[in-house]
Design a protein around this ligand. Sequence first.
Ligand code: RTP
Ligand code: MG
Length: 148
Amino acid sequence: KLVLPTNTEYTLALLKPDLCADPHAVQQVISDIQKLSSTQNNIYLRKELVWNIEQAQQFYYQHKDRFFYTRLTTYMTSGSFEALILTGENIISQWRGLIGTTQPVRAKVSVQDSLRAKYGITDTRNSFHGSDSKESALKEISFVFGNL
Ligand code: RTP
Ligand code: MG
C-alpha cells in the first residue's frame, strides 16, 4: 500500500512514450525536475509503465468525446513510458509551468524554454502530463500506483 507524504503537495508527472524513446532526453528532463527544488529530492517514486488500450481510455476518460481521443489513446499505448510522483511546495503548478501549454506549437510561442516546446512533436504527442489539481493528482496517482 502506497503512503503519500502528508506535509507537502504532490503531483503525477508522465514522461510520455515519445520522450521515453530517447533515454538521453529522459536524463535531461530528470535533471530539470531536480532543479525545481533546491533542497530535498522531489522525485518521490518513479515507475515504468506500459498501457493497454483499456488503461489509456480509462485514464483519459474525461476526453472520450473529443476529436483527439483515439489518437491520444493510441499514442499512450505506442510504447513504454514513465510515471513519477513529484513532491514539493506548489509542485502541481511548478510542474505544469515547466512543461508549458498543451500544444507544443503554441508552447514555442508562449514559453520558449518549456519542456513541451523543446521536446513535443504534435498537439497530441506533447511528451508530458501533469495533474491539474490536488483532486486529479490523487485520482491519477492511485490509478497508476495502486490504491492509496
Ligand atoms: P495533460 O492532461 O496531459 O497534462 O495535458 P493538458 O491538461 O495540458 O491537456 P488536456 O486538454 O487535458 O489534454 C490531454 C492530452 O490530450 C492530448 N491532446 N491533443 N488538439 C489536440 O490534438 C490535443 N489536445 C490535447 C495531449 O496529449 C494532452 O496532453
Ligand atoms: Mg489535462
